[in-house]
Design a protein around this ligand. Structure first.
Ligand code: GLU
Ligand code: ZN
Length: 295
């Protein structure tokens, strides 16, 4: 991979402060890029103003700085990209690949999150409707660099997906695919909670003629019995004066080497130290909460 271009990114959502889980994702994407001399971009995924926390964008960028991260170029916001999303959306709609849906939450409730296709062939107008992309009755699969083979049948397991909500907000799945392609992202390194979004993104990439990036999903934190950790588990916001110990813990969580005498190192020095030692083959697939706290 040494001679090829590498462009990675960290794409936080400003619905809250960065926490340990986001640090692990940021660190993995940063080291994976820098270890091959690649570029590393930051993209603020501010698609959902009602869920945005006041001051979160600035706090996230300050945390990244305090933790020693250096991004390339100016960081961007998805809120500046609406025109582009709208353009693609209208194209998909006019080609009949997407359609308007006015189903209520109540109508969809019995279907366990899999869209039953009620509006698929009704030719409804765009106004006051969600827009759904038709998905093919096909299984999509990819090989994640850490999680291995992952497959999902889009028709059976997801159903036609919302790309613009009824309230006019653009969906993450659409924005992330358009922006990764526009920014030339070659490698997506992010949290394992997004593993099961990836097949939808593969389909959108295929539809729009984009290259498929490589994927690395950092370990899932699970309960000792192997069950996924509930959403109720939230680690606290990252503290500025804890940068070095938290970075050390994040390195251990990722299975990476740490220097012997790091306690007094600056976060910048620690990151610099870690770059040549980065070895993605050491990343564990999953960790229990207790393991991740011990590390
Ligand atoms: N904005 C997403 C999040 O904060 C990450 C999106 C991505 O990395 O694809 O969970
Ligand atoms: Zn519908």
């Amino acid at each position: 991979m040494n001679n090829s271009v590498y462009i990675g990114r960290f794409a936080p959502t400003p619905s809250g402060y960065l926490h340990f889980g986001s640090l692990v994702a940021a660190l993995a994407s940063y080291l994976d890029a820098r270890a091959v001399g690649g570029r590393w971009l930051v993209r603020m995924e501010d698609l959902d103003p009602p869920r945005e926390m006041l001051g979160a964008q600035a706090a996230i960028m300050t945390s990244l700085e305090n933790y020693g991260f250096e991004w390339d170029g100016e960081w961007i916001r998805q809120s500046e990209r609406h025109e582009h999303y709208q353009h693609v959306l209208e194209q998909l709609f006019s080609q009949g690949l997407a359609y308007a849906c006015t189903c209520s939450r109540k109508q969809l409730e019995p279907h366990n999150g899999i869209y039953p296709g009620f509006c698929r062939n009704l030719g409804k107008p765009l106004d006051d409707a969600a827009i759904r992309l038709r998905v093919p009755e096909l299984e999509y699969h990819f090989t994640d660099r850490v999680q291995g083979e992952f497959r999902q049948h889009l028709g059976q397991e997801v159903g036609d997906m919302v790309i613009r909500r009824r309230d006019g907000l653009y969906a993450y799945q659409l924005a992330v695919v358009l922006d990764d392609a526009w920014q030339g992202i070659t490698d997506v390194v992010r949290g394992a909670d997004l593993l099961d979004s990836t097949p939808r993104q593969l389909y959108l990439q295929e539809l729009l003629g984009f290259a498929q990036p490589r994927y690395l999903h950092v370990p899932l934190i699970v309960q000792p019995d192997g069950h996924k950790l509930g959403k109720s588990y939230r680690s606290p916001p990252l503290k500025a004066d804890q940068a070095t110990p938290m970075l050390l813990r994040a390195l251990r969580t990722l299975g990476q080497a740490t220097p012997d005498d790091a306690a007094d190192a600056s976060p910048q020095a620690l990151l610099k130290w870690a770059i040549p030692y980065w070895d993605s083959s050491l990343i564990p697939r999953r960790l229990t909460l207790a393991e991740s706290e011990l590390r």
